[in-house]
Design a protein around this ligand. Structure first.
Ligand SMILES: [Zn+2]
Length: 434
């Protein structure tokens, strides 16, 4: 089979390392007039137009004006069944689950409904430039089948799993330790490693699983290579007290997951707003990751995430939207709120760190940095074209900007789905704004 080369010309920016480790200047590569060369579904090369164009005679070239190409965004924590309940008023975590989440997730027993929502959800991610996400299904296995069927047809790199929940939830939304294990296994056999899909063993959070269920979840992780583990951790103070009451024999919240062998590489814990030093250290030494979900933490009044503390302990941190508690599918909007969360703690969030969190940092948190996250040759051709003229205000603001850092920061503050001109996954256009 002959391969197809395609070239895309615009300003091009990608992260090459964590600014917290190498310093801001060494953390990125930028080509003011760049070319991204794509061979079929992979990145072939990135470089200056002046260097690459003379070598590309006969290659299909797409040129963008007033645009910035970056890697596709990575969302390390989101719930697809909650798409229709985004922006639900007035509660903090535990009441919010009972009032809004559980009745909404009940509907996913119907596969046709699940398929409809999966379509809307994935379209929304792509409209916002997100090409990979770590996704909660509902407790129903058909919710995950529906999700993966749509993701597979679009050839997206997606990670998802069926929720495990066998207590402290309505009867209509619970499985049992045994059925949760068996159904997860069935889904793993069907989907894990198919195309660009991966499976995540997904206990909702410690309070909604019995020790037996957590123990079987740990067993599953031991039975298959490269599975993910996806859950919530230390989001809300009331929740933390509840976990202490339910598991009095454990030292703390993280220790519950630790005890059942649910931590390690590819284990991703959403939130981690209230972690002690010892927990941060344990997350780091086991190679576990935390998903920082700024819009959700603010919306549910959960607290202020201490990014610097996790950085100091070298914990892997990705960026999550946590829709439906999060209020936007846009990682630009997540970064807008992340900046404000840092400001409220007297700290800064550099725009190049923001870029890292939304791309390469997410890939590292998910152990997918050999496949996605930047434009190193051979990686998946998942990328986004951002529009410097997306709105009259962004256009005007960009005219005042004197540096790349200033432009990038303004895009994070002012940008949303309107700033995403086009999204590509595995070399194919999967969203065009207009
Ligand atoms: Zn969540």
């Amino acid at each position: 089979m002959t391969s197809t080369l395609k070239a895309y010309r615009a300003a091009i920016l990608h992260s090459i390392a964590d600014p917290a480790v190498v310093g801001v200047e060494q953390s990125y590569e930028y080509f003011e007039d760049g070319v991204l060369l794509v061979e079929d579904d992979r990145i072939a090369r990135v470089g200056h137009a002046a260097d690459l164009l003379p070598m590309l005679k006969g290659v299909e070239l797409t040129e963008y004006q007033d645009a910035l190409i970056t890697p596709g965004f990575i969302d390390t924590h989101i719930h697809y069944p909650q798409t229709g309940m985004i922006a639900s008023y007035g509660e903090q975590l535990l009441d919010w689950l009972n009032t809004y989440t559980f009745p909404t997730e009940k509907q996913f027993a119907d596969k046709a409904h699940a398929a409809d929502v999966a379509g809307i959800f994935l379209k929304e991610l792509l409209r916002n430039g997100t090409t990979t996400a770590l996704v909660f299904g509902s407790v129903h296995k058909q919710s995950v089948d529906a999700f993966f069927e749509v993701a597979c047809a679009l050839n997206l790199r997606m990670i998802a799993g069926k929720v495990l929940m066998d207590r402290n939830a309505p009867d209509y939304l619970t499985d049992t330790a045994e059925s949760g294990y068996a159904e997860s296994k069935e889904l793993i056999e069907r989907w894990h490693g198919k195309g660009r899909l991966h499976y995540a063993v997904t206990p909702r959070f410690a309070p909604t699983s019995t020790p037996e269920q957590l123990s079987l979840a740990g067993k599953l992780l031991g039975e298959y290579p490269d599975l993910y583990m996806h859950t919530h951790l230390s989001e809300n103070r009331q929740e933390i007290e509840w976990v202490k009451a339910l598991f009095p024999e454990r030292k703390g919240y993280l220790d519950v997951y630790d005890h059942y062998q649910l931590i390690g590489p590819r284990a991703v814990f959403a939130h981690g707003v209230h972690l002690c030093d010892e927990e941060c250290q344990r997350l780091a030494e086991t190679g576990s990751a935390v998903a920082f979900c700024p819009t959700s933490n603010l919306f549910l009044g959960s607290g202020l995430f201490d990014l610097n503390k996790l950085e100091q302990h070298r914990v892997r941190v990705g960026l999550g939207t946590d829709v439906g508690a999060g209020t936007s599918f846009s990682q630009l909007q997540s970064l807008n709120e992340a900046y404000k969360i840092m400001q409220l703690q007297g700290k800064k969030l550099d725009p190049f760190k923001s870029l890292y969190l939304a791309t390469l940092g997410g890939a590292e948190a998910l152990y997918l940095d050999d496949k996605i996250g930047n434009f190193v040759s051979g990686k998946d051709a998942d990328f986004v074209v951002l529009d410097y003229k997306a709105t009259p205000l962004i256009d005007y603001r960009m005219q005042q900007a004197r540096s790349l850092a200033e432009k990038l920061f303004a895009l994070c503050m002012l940008g949303d789905d309107r700033a995403i001109k086009q999204t590509f996954a595995a070399g194919q256009s999967v969203h065009v704004r207009d």
